[in-house]
Design a protein around this ligand. Structure first.
Ligand SMILES: Nc1nc2c(ncn2[C@@H]2O[C@H](COP(=O)(O)OP(=O)(O)O)[C@@H](O)[C@H]2O)c(=O)[nH]1
Ligand SMILES: [Mg+2]
Ligand SMILES: [Zn+2]
Length: 370
């Protein structure tokens, strides 16, 4: 049973029809009575899915996804459960029976003692890293976001909001992000409250594309969503001007169909941005430093005081921002530590499954263990 393809395509369905072969078809064949739907809201208590722009329903998740009190064996790992943007199969219009394979996912390392990943959104084409040109503006945090949100097939764009505010200095901000822009990442400064200005994002919001907004609370994500929608849909908070901290108004992740035909996912602000250990510094916005490092005299150069260090030479020549280098070194160490933790977790797990796989199924095609 499959709802009208046009209705699905309006919320980002990536196929022209129903896939007839490959991993998607396999999962769908195993659940002939279920239909595809996209997760458009993710709450603590469950999911809201849609199979058309105007048809959404609260659904139950499979019992094996239900949050265990601890991290027990046999349960589906958090990263294998649906997140906003995921495609799932739904039976009777109210029960998720399977997760369809992901085209892409963006994630971060979860806080806490044990290594865990937290998925932010799935099946994403564009990540809009939103940062206000106020007290929130921080090139180093933007670089951190860009490193974390890298994923195959995902285009990052930096959106600097509040360019209209007195005291905002868009030119200085663009200059501070010259290193990022030189890596091919578009950087825009605009007034997120102005729908005309928000049209600068049109090239990345083509029909069928899914974009996700990330950035601190108060950065202007919901404001930008409203401008792109042309109506007051997401609640926005009045920011306290003196300390530039917005109140938390978006408390869950939600996917919204835009008039342009693209889908937009608004997320609550994230305080902690820890790498998962899977990041590639060269792909994650630090390509020029990685290229310089390859020219250092010593293969294991730490770019500290070693002779023949091409990275330090670039700083001395004024072609590399020392603040950017310091951030690179810090992030490189964080990625290395997370990567060791990930490796030891995988070594402990009896049968590690890649995060992109749908949940286990019984041979009879019924959802996994009960
Ligand atoms: N003047 C101006 N205010 C903005 C802009 N973007 C956001 N704001 C204001 O900043 C506050 C926080 O915005 P909000 O969209 O709720 O931030 P979110 O937490 O990222 O969703 C609201 O009062 C917005 O009106 C902008 O580009 N210009
Ligand atoms: Mg918001
Ligand atoms: Zn070096």
């Amino acid at each position: 049973m499959i709802p009208a393809i046009d209705a699905l395509r309006a919320i980002g369905w990536p196929w022209v029809g129903r896939p007839t072969a490959g991993p998607w078809a396999e999962v769908m064949d195993a659940h002939p009575k279920a239909g595809p739907a996209r997760v458009i809201e993710q709450h603590r208590s469950g999911y809201v899915v849609a199979n058309a722009t105007d048809h959404a329903a609260s659904v139950e998740s499979p019992p094996e996804w239900q949050r265990p009190p601890g991290y027990r064996k046999g349960k589906v790992a958090p990263e294998d459960r649906a997140v906003v943007g995921d495609w799932v199969l739904v039976e009777d219009g109210r029960r998720i029976v399977a997760l369809l394979p992901r085209r892409s996912a963006i994630k971060r390392g979860a806080a806490g003692e044990h290594y865990r990943q937290q998925l932010i959104a799935a099946n994403i084409d564009v990540v809009l890293v939103v940062c206000g040109l106020d007290g929130d503006f921080n090139p180093r945090r933007i670089e951190r976001y860009l490193l974390l949100v890298q994923a195959e097939g995902v285009t990052p764009v930096v959106v600097l909001t509040k360019a209209d505010r007195p005291g905002a200095d868009p030119e200085a901000a663009l200059a501070a992000l010259a290193g990022v822009a030189a890596q091919g990442v578009p950087v825009l400064a605009l007034n997120a409250r102005d729908p005309e200005a928000a049209r600068a994002l049109d090239p990345w919001l083509q029909p069928g594309a899914t974009a996700v907004l990330v950035g601190s609370s108060g950065a202007g994500k919901s404001t930008l969503t409203n401008s792109l929608l042309g109506i007051e849909r997401m609640k926005t908070a009045a920011v306290r001007e003196h300390d530039a901290r917005g109140r938390h108004t978006t408390t869950y992740r939600a996917l919204i169909a835009l008039p342009s035909g693209a889908c937009l996912i608004d997320t609550p602000g994230m305080r902690e941005l820890k790498p998962t250990g899977e990041e590639e510094l060269a792909e994650g916005g630090f390509g020029e430093i990685e290229a310089l490092a390859a020219q250092c005299r010593f293969r294991d150069c730490r770019h500290a005081a070693e002779p023949g260090c091409a990275v330090r030479a670039a700083v001395e020549a004024g072609t590399l921002d020392p603040g950017r280098l310091a951030n690179y070194l810090k992030l490189r160490d964080e990625v290395a530590i997370a990567s060791d933790r990930l490796a030891s977790r995988l070594a402990q797990k009896p049968a590690p499954r890649p995060a992109a796989k749908p949940p286990a199924r019984r041979p009879d095609g019924k959802p996994g263990r009960r």
